[in-house]
Design a protein around this ligand. Structure first.
Ligand code: ADP
Ligand code: MG
Length: 266
């Protein structure tokens, strides 16, 4: 069955968009048919993260009945599909987020995996996106404010009879000050489906306007996102086998210093 998976959080700025585009990129890399929908209507970021231009038809046009869902689908160079939202405040004023649920069937027709990025919090807009979900993934950081806000979102989603499949802990720094995974599991009472380390490579990918799964496919965060995608797809993926080899590392160093590898004379 095709599923709409909503990526949400209680607190803002925890890593939802990064997570949505990287899960999308990883599913696509594994050969899955995937669309990432920017349902963060007030502060859309997917287009910014993926260097997509301001497009003529976007989700706002669909929600204001000016276009059909299929007309707002674009293809990223990688092959994953994207439905962007408008950056214009004028466009935002014209729509009601509650209209999202009218297009649930049409969203599901776009691809086998529908990943929806959303806004944080418990306002109308965030709730309207949760309402469209078949499954929900919560994104949090290992800090008390993020976790307490995540708990509120989980309870609310459950009250709305939604399945919360788990939490992705991101920006994990592995030190004693942070809340440990066991404590998170106990507090949130849902499984941890992935842990993404804090890594400047993520910001590097953002400045390159692409998913880290594309820019640094063998890095720790990329492999952690691929593990989550494989889990969602029900396929096997061994991240240890996907590590950088010594030859990869050497090539990178040579590239950095602009040294060409020697070719054997034939
Ligand atoms: P949200 O969508 O929840 O507002 P974003 O995905 O836009 O969050 O991420 C917020 C900021 O955190 C961005 O600058 C992003 O590059 C950074 N970030 C996200 N995940 C990581 C990570 N694992 N390591 C380092 N920085 C990260
Ligand atoms: Mg975002």
């Amino acid at each position: 069955m095709r599923k709409i998976i909503v990526i949400t959080s209680g607190k803002g700025g925890v890593g939802k968009t990064t997570t949505a585009i990287n899960i999308g990129a990883a599913i696509n890399q594994f050969g899955g048919d995937v669309v990432v929908i920017d349902a963060n209507l007030s502060t859309p970021n997917v287009g910014i993260h993926l260097n997509s231009p301001e497009v003529p038809v976007n989700l706002n046009h669909v929600l204001s009945k000016k276009a059909e869902v299929f007309e707002a689908v674009y293809e990223h160079v990688s092959g994953m599909k994207i439905i962007p939202s408008s950056l214009s405040l004028k466009e935002l004023k014209k729509i009601k987020p509650e209209a999202l649920k009218n297009y649930k069937k049409d969203f599901a027709k776009v691809a086998d995996y529908v990943i929806m990025d959303s806004s944080a919090g418990l306002g109308n807009e965030a709730l309207a996106v949760i309402d469209v979900a078949d499954e929900i993934i919560i994104v949090s950081n290992p800090e008390i404010p993020a976790i307490t806000d995540a708990l509120k979102t989980i309870k609310l989603a459950q009250q709305m009879k939604k399945t919360v499949i788990g939490v992705i802990m991101t920006r994990v720094r592995k030190n004693d000050i942070e809340i440990q995974p066991e404590v998170v599991r106990e507090m949130l009472e849902i499984p941890i489906i992935g842990m993404i380390p804090e890594d400047s490579i993520i910001q590097e990918a953002l400045s390159m306007k692409d998913a880290v799964v594309h820019t640094h496919p063998k890095s720790k965060p990329a492999r952690a996102y691929k593990e989550i995608a494989a889990r969602l797809m029900g396929i096997k993926y061994d991240s240890n086998q996907d590590k950088e080899t010594i030859s990869d590392k050497l090539s990178k160093i040579l590239k950095k210093f602009k040294i060409k590898k020697w070719k054997t004379r034939t």
